[in-house]
Design a protein around this ligand. Structure first.
Ligand code: NAD
Ligand code: MG
Length: 385
């Protein structure tokens, strides 16, 4: 049966990989809507190429150019955040949530509230508002299928949560795995986004370089699998071939392996509970020859420790962490602060704001806004020095 799909973040790295798989399986998938942030020209291209019925641009200023670019096609054009949320709530078999950052929160929640299965790449939505998201999914019966490679790996080898003794997420260690702090102080945005194993959007590439990404993923895993911080771990594995491991109470460890190509976990989520062929390079263990593992270094990569503390504290702390990190990464990418200052700005923001519970989306939005304002001023203060 054909599966209808709405793709949020259609022009990004995950969006592009998703559309590649959809195009290879036209009998299985039909695209209902594609959505993106401001890049109307690229959105027009992917809307036409994918045969989408609807194209939504978050930036209202993108409406006229998108409409003009799609003139003569039957594609309906919409713009603005409300349109994004309304589109996410339209009935389809699967919403692929691949917007970057907290901007993905409201549309992802809208899909979950109406009971649509969500293939979730937008980890920030779960990190900022995990309890709100999972409660909405429980109420409506919506399923969340993890797209993030480590979580998808765990999902693939998960038997019974109550028989798990530990979940371990692997981390490549990023481009600066072997650098000293003094060397890291001098790295440029261009170096930070050049990931050794994965090709990804700018924000997550920087998060991988600071190891914040792995910390965010621990919080994501907590919400996806209902496992506490005491049973979640991280291992640095530079080859990025083992993506996630589940240790069971009897001592068995099940792991998922595969090439470092996001089309593998995306294909798994798109086709679940079936599987579809993908064109990815096959895993050649003999050629790889070895798999290395090491403990992460939380002194050289303090962002990981900050995220672990936020997970342990719960409430608004993960949201404050994630919002401050988005601002700090943005400032780094614009060359306003240095690489090491990303974690410093996040730490300052966490120190400046009190811990508080967050039970509703409005409370999450308030915590997010306050954290962003503080982080902006800490980043600006540093930029002036
Ligand atoms: P990207 O920067 O390549 O793409 C982001 C997409 O979000 C674009 O389509 C952009 O137009 C859209 N967008 C931005 N702001 C928006 C807004 N306000 N409203 C609507 N759309 C908006 O990012 P990416 O690498 O594809 O990552 C997307 C998400 O998936 C992130 O949360 C990331 O952490 C997660 N993820 C990515 C990878 C990867 O390999 N790229 C792996 C795991 C998880
Ligand atoms: Mg990941």
């Amino acid at each position: 049966m054909t599966r209808s799909i709405t793709l949020l973040g259609a022009t990004g790295s995950i969006g592009t990989s998703t559309l590649d798989l959809v195009a290879r399986n036209p009998e299985r998938f039909r695209v209902h809507a594609v959505a993106s942030g401001r890049d109307w020209a690229k959105l027009a291209d992917v809307a036409r190429a994918s045969g989408a019925r609807v194209a939504v641009i978050a930036d209202e200023a993108g409406y006229v150019p998108l409409r003009d670019a799609l003139a003569g096609s039957p594609i309906e054009v919409r713009a603005g955040e409300a349109a994004m949320v309304a589109t996410a709530a339209e009935p389809v078999d699967l919403v692929v949530a691949a917007i970057v950052g907290a901007a993905g929160l409201a549309p992802t929640l809208a899909a979950l509230e109406v009971g649509t299965t969500v293939a979730l790449a937008n980890k920030e939505a779960l990190i900022c508002a995990g309890d709100v998201m999972t409660a909405a999914a429980r109420r409506s019966g919506a399923r969340i299928l993890p797209v993030d490679s480590e979580h998808n790996a765990v999902f693939q080898v998960l038997e019974h949560v109550e028989r798990i003794s530990r979940i371990v997420l692997t981390a490549s260690g990023g481009p600066f795995r072997s650098l000293t702090r003094a060397e890291m102080a001098k790295v440029t945005p261009a170096e930070a986004v050049r990931h050794p194993n994965w090709s990804m959007g700018a924000k997550i590439s920087v998060d991988s370089a600071t190891l914040m990404n792995k910390g965010l993923e621990l919080i994501e895993a907590h919400h996806l699998f209902g496992v506490g911080a005491d049973r979640l771990g991280v291992l640095v594995h530079p080859q990025s071939l083992v993506h996630g491991l589940v240790e069971y109470v009897d001592g068995s460890v099940l792991a998922q392996l595969g090439p470092a190509d996001m089309r593998v976990p995306i294909a798994h989520a798109l086709a679940w509970p079936e599987r579809i062929p993908t064109p990815v390079k096959r895993l050649d263990l003999a050629a790889a020859a070895r798999l290395d593992f090491e403990e992460p270094d939380r002194e050289r990569f303090p962002a990981l420790a900050l995220a672990e503390a936020a997970l342990a504290a719960g409430g608004c702390r993960p949201c404050v962490l994630s919002a401050a990190n988005e601002v700090a990464v943005g400032a780094f990418l614009e060359d306003r602060i240095g690489f090491l200052e990303i974690a410093e700005v996040v730490a300052e923001t966490l120190d400046a704001l009190p811990a508080a519970p967050v039970a509703t989306l409005a409370e999450v939005a308030a915590a997010d806004a306050e954290a962003r304002a503080r982080a902006h001023s800490f980043a600006a203060h540093r930029a002036r020095r």
